[in-house]
Design a protein around this ligand. Structure first.
Ligand SMILES: [Zn+2]
Length: 105
């Protein structure tokens, strides 16, 4: 005859292990998803998905999307650009001062 208390103890232990495994699987799934998203999005435009290209504008390295024309600046790049020309760097950018901006090869 089986000991009902031992069976109950074993069931609780199995339930605990099952929950732990489920938590680990969920954590691994979330980590894998995050890693995949980062890999797929690296150097891609967040708006249209095209591969962004490195370029320089007035000596400041930028990333530009050939698909939609979106431009990404590093944390200090906007400050550097603004300090180079207080009045019109925006105008020059939008009027195409550097029609064919130099790019990193
Ligand atoms: Zn784009």
């Amino acid at each position: 005859m089986k000991n009902i208390w031992q069976e109950r103890e074993k069931a609780l232990e199995n339930q605990y292990i099952f929950r732990q495994d489920r938590e680990k699987i969920e954590q691994m799934r979330a980590e894998t998803k995050e890693k995949l998203i980062r890999e797929l999005c690296k150097d891609r435009c967040p708006k249209c998905g095209d591969e962004i290209e490195a370029m320089t504008f007035r000596g400041v390295p930028l990333d530009k999307c050939p698909g939609c024309g979106g431009v990404w600046l590093g944390p200090n790049d906007l400050r550097i650009l603004a300090s180079k020309d207080h009045r019109s760097w925006f105008d020059k950018w939008f009027k195409g001062e550097n029609e064919a901006p130099e790019t990193f090869e």
